[in-house]
Design a protein around this ligand. Structure first.
Ligand code: HEC
Length: 97
């Protein structure tokens, strides 16, 4: 009964690896933010709305407030990290505060 538990062992190793990968705290991630934005925010406006002359947010805190406003409006229940990622994406590509 040499390797009776080989499969279980392999699975445990994979799950452990996955757990470690998921546990690594992600810093604000633009790529993730971009995907979240595309999926949830792109249906009404393209990212071009953020180029308009009379843009609403005047600083980073106001940008975050806008993202929270829309996220709340749409009842997305985003985590702080999700919000940070989208703020990061919009700030890096559009607002540059
Ligand atoms: C139901 C349609 C709709 C959806 C969905 C939507 N928005 Fe908007 N958004 C608008 C409209 C309309 C405006 C412009 C008027 C306003 O701000 O009230 C706007 C404006 C904004 C602005 C301000 C733009 C500027 O520079 O003045 C931000 C930031 C924004 N949206 C972020 C988001 C984010 C983030 C999401 C996804 C969580 C989202 N929106 C989803 C309709 C939508």
């Amino acid at each position: 009964m040499k390797c009776k538990h080989a499969a279980e062992y392999a699975l445990a190793v994979v799950l452990l690896g996955l757990g470690v990968a998921l546990a690594v705290p992600a810093a604000a991630d633009e790529t993730r933010g971009s995907a979240l934005y595309e999926n949830h925010c792109g249906e009404c406006h393209s990212a071009r709305v953020h180029d308009r002359a009379q843009r609403l947010p005047g600083n980073l805190a106001e940008l975050k407030a806008q993202v929270v406003r829309w996220e709340t409006e749409l009842n997305l229940r985003w985590s702080d990290e999700d919000i940070a990622d989208v703020v990061d994406f919009l700030n890096a590509t559009k607002y540059k505060f």
